[in-house]
Write a protein that binds this ligand. Structure first.
Ligand SMILES: Nc1nc2c(ncn2[C@@H]2O[C@H](COP(=O)(O)OP(=O)(O)O)[C@@H](O)[C@H]2O)c(=O)[nH]1
Ligand SMILES: [Mg+2]
Length: 719
């Protein structure tokens, strides 16, 4: 395998909505470059890129797959990314280590919610974008409508390089307005016949050509001058202009292919080879301290690991990008994120499941290795004494959660170890052992994401697991003030126990003034602020504790014990046993015994008094409410809205974006739990959503009664 120099390497991410044809395109690219002799297909389960058993079983990409081809003496590293929102983590990682996003668009649908989701990431990461309309041979393809909506969404930056002469099953030729040629394919695709543009297409082709020349010229002053003088540019000048426009994201060229029939792929690769910026032409990346890292193969050696995982038939494989320097087998490096040392074994370049040994990889290149001791996704391996860290990958919040349990309880430990390992492969997993809910909860990106987790646990780890509905972290609080007192007294042989506490509770709200007096049954209770403690509760909300005991009724030294007794109750609310929050308590009186009073007595007295007062203070159950944003194609808006109304959601607003609607709502967590599945089934997987915790709100009365009854039934069972 040849060793490529930094200025011969281009890194390209294949991204776009699920089903738009990325994996099929990758297959055609490998075929065109001579890496494979036959093109596989999704249907025949024999593509290079989808090679994990779980991908073959479900028929969609789950992991990003690293491939490479040589084209005109250059090396194109291609990462075929999963398209589904559920596996967006892999796409984000890949965008971070590549210099161009090739965004595929399904010719049947045009730009989809998934297209725009991934486009937003390219925007955040400032990556150049080329759009590629695929499936031009599909009956449903309306190319003019696709171009119109692309321009509607992405503006005049989206510049056509090609257009098809006909779409649908007869698709077999394109007009290319950069080269001003007509490309025609035989039914088996592959090498095109290249001819002059026919007379009847000349006007349209010329108009698009001019628009392209102008767009290319805009990115360079000398090109602009030349353009004003002669109204045209040479091919090389256009390429130069487009390359500059790509880097600054002022041009998004639009290409056409039919990946399934291998039409247009060779021309696309030519463009990628000639025009896409090299690693060395891209803006520099920075380490965590903001230091610029140059992709210099003579610089210090530093590798960034963007993907690690167990692979079929081989075990753990670790994929990296050479951020700086060059790497050889046998190099001794330090894992700066984990502090461990590693000696690199054999190095490979990647072609899906196949690995080809290579002697050396230079800055900018992508490769993989096996048998590292302790390297996880996101880690960096550096030469000794170099402390460059990278944390440029920001993953989205999780939006689908399930409680997970080993069917056989003896497997619990093994399950936890397996979950930890999976999280280290895919950082979009969050595994939470909830003490409060007494459940292990996995938070992921969607139902598919969790389904593949289960598949892998069952098939790779031989672990039988079940998913269950996660319990909801309800809270309790009070809605009015109340007063109670309790005397704890015990006389048993030797030393006795004595403590008496009188207290008032009331709902607490952030920013309310300190109390001065309370009135119960016409009697006034003046507050003397002797001490105040604001406890920020671990589970959210506050407890404010005021000592207003005068005349030495209770020694100040017993106050911590009283607070502890109250906190015990806050941890197990009297209605359903869940955490309580937002309560102010004023201890205003009590009694001591000169000999028998101790901390335990006051703690118990406070616990009883507080619990009693809480029950009289209009206790209520609160539930977590989330802000929800749904991106939904126009045609499904009505169905999505009515489904949301059935989920007790409050629609807060709606924005019309090109081709889809952005709905904002507030929704109880309980109703959100199955939302990923529901939305996907309503819209055929063409919508997406994000969520964020907002606040705790009172549950409706009927739900409160139901929760209390459930809790009572459960405690009766335990007793
Ligand atoms: N008609 C047609 N179907 C295609 C084309 N490219 C891909 N497909 C089909 O579209 C489906 C999704 O393709 P796939 O490559 O898995 O898409 P990905 O999710 O973007 O990787 C598969 O059934 C492919 O066979 C094409 O150019 N024309
Ligand atoms: Mg795919």
């Amino acid at each position: 395998m040849r060793v490529y120099q930094t200025n011969e390497i281009k890194n390209i991410a294949l991204v776009g909505s699920a089903g738009s044809g990325k994996t099929t395109l990758a297959e055609s690219m490998l075929y065109e470059a001579g890496v494979i002799k036959r093109r596989g297909s999704i249907e025949a389960k024999n593509t290079v890129s989808d090679y994990f058993p779980v991908e073959l079983e479900y028929g969609y990409s789950v992991f990003p797959t690293v491939l490479h081809v040589e084209w005109n003496n250059k090396k194109l590293n291609i990462i075929d990314c999963p398209g589904s929102d559920d596996f967006v983590g892999g796409a984000i990682t890949s965008l971070n280590v590549t210099d161009l996003a090739l965004v595929t668009i399904n010719g049947q649908y045009g730009p989809e919610v998934g297209t725009q989701n991934i486009f937003r990431y390219t925007e955040k990461l400032k990556k150049p974008v080329i759009f590629l309309v695929n499936q031009l041979d599909s009956e449903k393809c309306d190319f003019d409508a696709i171009v119109a909506s692309m321009i509607d969404i992405y503006g005049s930056k989206c510049v056509q390089i090609q257009y098809p002469l006909e779409t649908g099953p007869n698709f077999h030729s394109l007009i290319d307005v950069l080269l001003m040629k007509k490309y025609t394919w035989k039914p088996e695709g592959g090498a095109p016949t290249i001819e002059d543009i026919p007379e009847e297409e000349m006007d349209k082709a010329m108009e698009l050509h001019k628009a392209l020349v102008e767009a290319a010229a805009e990115n360079d002053e000398s090109l602009m001058e030349k353009f004003f003088e002669s109204e045209t540019l040479t091919e090389d000048e256009m390429r130069e202009g487009i390359r500059k426009g790509l880097v600054t994201r002022s041009i998004f060229p639009l290409f056409c292919v039919c990946a399934g029939k291998d039409m247009g792929v060779r021309r696309l690769m030519e463009f990628l080879g000639n025009v896409v910026p090299f690693v060395s032409e891209m803006p520099k990346i920075h380490d965590t301290r903001g230091e610029e890292i140059s992709p210099d193969s003579n610089g210090p050696e530093s590798l960034y690991f963007f993907k690690t995982g167990m692979e079929p038939h081989i075990g753990e494989v670790s994929y990296f990008k050479v951020m700086s320097g060059h790497v050889k087998a046998g190099d001794d490096l330090v894992n700066v994120d984990r502090g461990s040392r590693e000696r690199l074994g054999q190095l490979f370049v990647c072609a899906g499941a196949n690995r080809i040994p290579v002697e050396q990889l230079n800055a900018g290149d992508l490769g993989c290795t096996v048998k590292l001791k302790d390297v996880k996704t996101g880690n960096a391996l550096n030469q000794k004494d170099l402390d460059w860290h990278y944390d440029f990958i920001k993953y989205p919040r999780s939006k689908y959660s399930r409680a997970i349990r080993a069917v056989n309880s003896q497997d619990t430990e093994k399950l936890m170890a397996a979950l930890l390992k999976m999280r280290q492969e895919d950082p979009t997993w969050v595994v939470e052992n909830s003490k409060e809910l007494k459940q292990t909860i996995v938070h992921g990106q969607g139902e598919f994401h969790l389904r593949t987790l289960k598949w892998r646990l069952e098939n790779n780890e031989k672990l039988n697991v079940v998913f269950e509905e996660p319990k909801i972290p309800y809270r309790e609080t009070i809605t009015k003030k109340a007063k109670a007192e309790y005397r704890h007294k015990k006389q048993s042989g030797g030393a006795g126990q004595f403590g008496e506490v009188h207290l008032i509770v009331e709902p607490y709200a952030e920013g309310m003034p300190d109390p001065t007096s309370y009135t119960f049954n016409g009697q006034e209770y003046k507050v003397t602020m002797k001490g105040k403690e604001e406890v920020d509760l671990e589970w959210g909300g506050k407890l404010v504790f005021i000592n207003s005991v005068v005349g030495g009724a209770i020694d100040a030294r017993f106050m911590p014990a009283i607070l502890k007794g109250i906190m015990d109750c806050m941890e197990h609310g009297p209605l359903t046993g869940c955490y309580a929050r937002d309560v102010r308590v004023v201890v205003y009186d009590g009694k001591m015994h000169p000999v028998d009073s101790n901390e335990l007595s006051f703690m118990l007295a406070a616990r009883h008094a507080f619990s009693e007062a809480f029950k009289q203070a209009g206790p209520k159950i609160l539930e977590p409410i989330y802000d929800l944003e749904v991106y939904v194609p126009d045609d499904y808006l009505g169905d999505v809205m009515s489904d949301l109304q059935g989920r007790r959601a409050l629609i807060m607003g709606m924005d019309s974006e090109a081709g889809y609607q952005k709905l904002q709502a507030r929704i109880p967590l309980k109703e959100l739990s199955s939302y990923s599945i529901a939305l996907s089934s309503i819209t055929g997987g063409r919508a997406s959503f994000t969520t964020k915790f907002s606040s705790y709100e009172l549950v409706p009365n009927d739900l409160q009664q139901k929760l209390i009854a459930e809790h009572e039934a459960e405690t009766a069972k335990e007793d």
